[in-house]
Ligand binder design. Structure first.
Ligand code: NAD
Length: 503
């Protein structure tokens, strides 16, 4: 029997969906970074397709916003159930398409299921406040209404989970979604859109509620973010593109959630558990081959434990098994493509030129497909320009510190502000790190690494990371329109602030 995964990966696919599948843009091939082999052919979107999708999602919104939120949530629950059934198949496709280890791909699909579960409960909780009015016989209240069409632009490294984070909340909130996935991961996006379309049509809902638009960012992405019918743009990607997206959306007074690059650091205190710190830093570097926004890019180690820490870290690095990410005993798969490898090599050379010292790795491996590298450890100062940037690769910069204030200053001393961590058993240090003059990041962990956020909390970061929040907690509020209402049951007109009108 041909599974859904094979059906998606082996025939020519249409990269546009708004109730029907069609695409009139250029055709292109999709290759796997595992071995460089072609795994599919794809028809991409044209400008005409883009217009059709935005029009269909806008129409679908008019009906979808009137469906009661608990009913919308039940449909999200069914999407979660469908994901449970297809979990292995989708994970395998993600692994084939972008190269993350199958363990991590299964975790990514689990995250999609988790957010559907979360959003199902949310369907009965997106309530507003009733507040005391200063006028007798008046009621003052806030309501949350559906917002409109949400354009979801996603990065290659979490090719399906970020869509689900947005889709689950947006659908429960009564919005419709147009997904523009990374051009590097189109097949996974088609798989997910088919799955959602099936559930929507079984429930008699217009399938354009979850539309798809695959095409180049500069052309198709730009049309989406600049269109005033798209009320909210949820953008995940690099700082450079995010800066462009943020300005374009603001120019038309649209709303944007920006989830941009990181430059995460772990502080390892002499008062922490060194073994736990080692494990967390190691996975933080090699997970997804260093291509997570929360990847540990810097480790700031107290001088007294630096020799022991480095010794342990280099031993772990040497034992890293690199290869086919579908093999259970492999630790690290390929990078996403040849260009990513080139970027990594250029960063290693730049670090060397700027005065860094390579302690381990940073080489290409002669494996099929040409996307395999050894993870790299470099001794480097925080002020090197290469350290200040996010290189989306498994490179770790190591630097020493003497006291906690200096460590926190180093951790905060980069333009990005997504994820951070400290390993310490000292309550004062932990409090200092998580307090108002501690880490300036959106995520600040104690005795847990920088990667692997749970969906229950709001996810996002500060400074050049963009300030957006998505997933759990009250992140749903960004997907709704807040309305403040006064209802006057007093039988007479009374102005606020005691102003009297003589009529
Ligand atoms: P990228 O910036 O190259 O692309 C991201 C998306 O933007 C893609 O879908 C791309 O097609 C689209 N795009 C490109 N130009 C566009 C334009 N002019 N208008 C609209 N869309 C456009 O990023 P990438 O290489 O796919 O992903 C890696 C980056 O994403 C890293 O910087 C990483 O830190 C970041 N990221 C951040 C988070 C987070 O939550 N903060 C999560 C995952 C990835």
């Amino acid at each position: 029997m041909i599974g859904m995964h094979e059906a998606v990966a082996d025939a020519t696919q249409l990269g546009v969906f708004f109730g029907t599948w069609q695409a009139s843009g250029p055709k292109r091939a999709v290759a796997s970074p595992i071995d460089g082999r072609e795994i599919g052919q794809l028809m991409t979107a044209s400008a005409v397709d883009c217009e059709r999708v935005i029009a269909a999602a806008s129409d679908a919104f008019l009906a979808w916003r009137t469906v009661p939120a608990p009913k919308r949530a039940d449909i999200v629950r069914q999407i979660g159930e469908a994901l449970r059934r297809d979990k292995e198949e989708l994970a395998l496709l993600v692994t084939r398409e972008m190269g993350k280890h199958i363990r991590e791909a299964l975790g990514e699909v689990q995250e999609m299921i988790d957010i559907c579960d979360f959003a199902t409960g949310l369907g009965r909780q997106i309530g507003g406040l009733t507040l005391p009015s200063e006028r007798a016989g008046h009621r003052l209240m806030e309501q949350w209404h559906p917002l409109g069409v949400v354009g979801v632009v996603t990065a290659f490294n979490f090719p399906v989970a970020v869509w689900a984070w947005n889709l689950a909340l947006a659908l429960v909130c009564g919005d419709t979604v147009i997904w523009k996935p990374s051009s590097k991961t189109p097949l996974s996006a088609i798989f997910c859109t088919r799955l959602a379309a099936r559930v929507l049509s079984e429930n008699g809902v217009p399938p354009a509620v979850a539309s798809l638009l695959i095409g180049p960012g500069r052309e198709i992405g730009d049309r989406l973010i600049e269109d005033p019918r798209v009320a909210l743009v949820s953008y995940t990607g690099s700082v450079a593109t995010g800066r462009h997206v943020g300005v374009a959306v603001q120019r038309r007074f649209g709303r944007a959630i920006l989830e941009l690059g990181g430059n995460a650091a772990v502080i390892v205190s002499e008062k922490g558990d060194l073994q736990q710190a080692l494990e967390a830093v190691y996975f933080g570097v090699i997970g997804t081959s260093g291509q997570r926004c929360t990847t540990t890019r810097r480790v700031i180690v107290q001088e007294s434990v630096m020799p022991r820490f480095l010794d342990g870290l280099l031993r772990l690095m040497e034992r890293t098994r690199i290869g086919d990410p579908r093999e259970p005993d492999v630790h690290m798969g390929p990078m996403v493509d040849g260009a990513a490898v080139e970027t990594m090599m250029a960063a290693v050379a730049a670090a060397d030129k700027q005065g860094g010292r390579v302690l381990h790795g940073g080489q290409r491996l002669p494996l099929p497909g040409g996307c395999y590298v050894t993870p790299c450890v470099i001794e480097a100062g925080n002020d090197l320009s290469i350290v200040q940037q996010e290189t989306f690769a498994p490179i770790l910069y190591v630097m020493p510190y003497t006291d906690i204030d200096q460590a926190i200053a180093l951790q905060n001393g980069v333009p990005q502000g997504l994820s951070s961590a400290i390993f310490t058993k000292d309550l004062m240090e932990a409090e200092r790190f998580t307090g108002p003059n501690g880490s300036d990041c959106g995520l600040a962990n104690v005795n847990a690494g920088t990667v692997g956020a749970e969906i229950g909390g709001a996810f996002g970061g500060e400074k050049e990371t963009g300030g957006g929040r998505e997933a759990g907690s009250d992140a749903w509020k960004a997907y709704m329109r807040r309305q403040t209402s006064v209802i006057n049951g007093s039988g007479r007109i009374e102005l606020a602030q005691g102003i009297r009108l003589s009529v």
